[in-house]
Design a protein around this ligand. Sequence first.
Ligand SMILES: [Zn+2]
Length: 153
Amino acid sequence: MLYPLRLLYTARRRHSVRSRNSKMCGLLVMKSPVSGLGCFATVHFPRDSAIAEYAGERITHAEAVRRLTRTTGKHISQLDADYYIDGSVGGNETQYINHSCEPNADVMVIDSFMIIFALREILPGEEVTVDYLNSFDHDQTLCLCRTSSCRKS
Ligand SMILES: [Zn+2]
């Protein structure tokens, strides 16, 4: 899939501005109706805009497998064929983004950084969700997103 250049530019610019600060502006972690905690927008994100970097510690596949078997390994996401990002180590609000089968955001990799961007307009107060396919939350076998297209697993 190709992404518009405008989006790429926005994502890069935001990253350079925000990478020193683990707290993202525009996002808030609160209790979610989907599951546990969730990541909510506090500002308006236009469609195709970058929301934040999925930040965290960069780890190898072997280390990811090791951490995923522990209860703390719930915020690990695959970056590429070799590397994973553990959002619970040096990460930000994006580690709490829940899975939905009808997501309003998606993840793309730009220059080895995972960028969360808005698939559609997201309004303040809305929970930001991503279709993880193979969810970060490996011990959650039943999806509770309650959307009409939910795959239930
Ligand atoms: Zn679902």
